[in-house]
Design a protein around this ligand. Structure first.
Ligand code: 5GP
Length: 377
């Protein structure tokens, strides 16, 4: 008989952080940098643990150039050639410690990854990304990559439950990407226009589709896990083995990023929040005098058409395409996010980001903000 887990599982929108007495005078006193020592690679990390997602609209070299100035991290998408990597590496040697090279489980992807890592030994992080991290095939792949690259730090995912976090860590991964389908499905995203696939198809052929905050996995498959609970449970499992986790997806505002850290995430990965900027990939379009950038998921029809000649017949695209109002340079958004998290830390009395989860008490809520001047949350 099917089983029902009756424990309530929560999303970012279901909670707020309770303020606590604090000795901090100003948010400028808060230190957001963290240092980690990774379980399997034995490498050290030092930086602000926010990561641009390895989507071709977000994990770009242009994005990495800006993010690394703030000691933020970028998971570079897998569609750059080795030559493009070499060019970037020669011009931006200081950024390389904040980059991961990405790969799926396909052999072409993996050969390309090997080439990149051989050509640029300063790149020490590998991001192994599949939509469903639960397959035995993926576990075997992680073991092979660990054997091939014993000293690289391996990020692997995506999963949402503790037992799979443990299995991937024991198979050689250092940092587990947590999140399946946490992207929001509606238009709360700062005025974003969500185009459903058929509409997009009729509007214009080359507007393909996108995922993440543009992820439609929950709609297409019925599979998912509320992100706040996934992060709390997976962080607990990972930390028990001296592993680490990334909360991947579902953040719509700086407060959500703070909640992810409060829930125990070591890193937070962002897609939609970093889309729509000058440094983001995706076409810039202009309509009625307003500028937009297209944002789409990596398993969307758009991405599949762009890179593999279309959506294979056996699968549905699990992404949509959205037009994100153009937001200018990403630097402003980064300052906004970092300012927000610093402020969270002062409200709960955490002088360092490291202390945030220890100082966190979530309260369950039925409403996040007063909606009087907005139809978004
Ligand atoms: P966001 O921050 O936009 O809510 O989520 C970003 C995350 O969405 C990415 O890091 C990745 O894990 C996930 N994602 C990216 N592309 C796709 C896609 O095409 N389909 C699905 N289901 N998820 C995607």
């Amino acid at each position: 008989m099917p089983h029902i887990d009756n424990d309530v599982k929560l999303d970012f929108k279901d909670v707020l952080l309770r303020p606590k007495r604090s000795t901090l005078k100003s948010r400028s006193e808060v230190d957001l940098t963290r240092s980690f020592s990774f379980r399997n690679s034995k490498q050290m990390y030092n930086g602000i643990p926010i990561i641009a997602a390895n989507m071709d609209t977000v994990g770009t070299f242009e994005m990495a150039k800006v993010l690394c100035k703030f000691s933020l991290f970028t998971a570079i998408h897998k569609h750059y050639s080795t030559h493009q990597w070499q060019e970037f590496a020669s011009q931006n040697p200081d950024c390389l410690e904040y980059l991961a090279a990405s790969s799926g489980t396909g052999s072409a992807d993996f050969e390309q990854l090997e080439q990149i890592l051989e050509a640029i030994p300063q790149v020490k992080y590998i991001c192994l990304d599949v939509a469903n991290g639960y397959s035995e095939h993926f576990v075997e792949f992680v073991k092979d990559v660990r054997k091939r690259f014993p000293q690289h730090t391996i990020m692997a995912g995506n999963v949402v439950t503790g037992e799979m976090v443990e299995e991937l860590i024991l198979s050689g991964a250092d940092i587990i990407k947590v999140g399946i389908g946490p992207g929001k499905l509606v238009q709360w995203f700062l005025g974003v226009t969500v185009l459903s696939n058929p509409v997009v198809a009729t509007i214009t052929e080359h507007f393909t589709l996108f995922p993440g905050s543009v992820c439609t996995t929950r709609k297409k498959t019925g599979v998912g896990y509320p992100q706040l609970s996934a992060v709390m449970e997976c962080a607990d499992a990972a930390h028990g083995l001296r592993g680490h986790i990334i909360s991947d997806g579902g953040c719509s505002c700086p407060g959500d990023v703070a909640k992810a850290f409060g829930a125990g995430a070591d890193f937070v990965m962002l897609g939609g929040m970093l889309a729509g900027h000058s440094e983001s990939g995706g076409e810039l379009i202009e309509r009625d005098g307003k500028k937009y950038k297209l944002f789409y998921g990596m398993s969307s029809e758009m991405a599949m058409k762009k890179y593999s000649g279309g959506v294979a017949e056996y699968r549905a695209s699990e992404g949509k395409i959205v037009e994100v109002p153009f937001k200018g340079d990403v630097e402003h958004t980064i300052r906004d996010i970092l300012g927000g998290i610093r402020s969270t830390c002062t409200y709960v009395g955490a002088a360092k980001l490291k202390e945030l989860s220890r100082r966190t008490t979530f309260i369950r809520v039925t409403q996040q903000v007063n909606p009087i001047f907005s139809d978004s949350r």
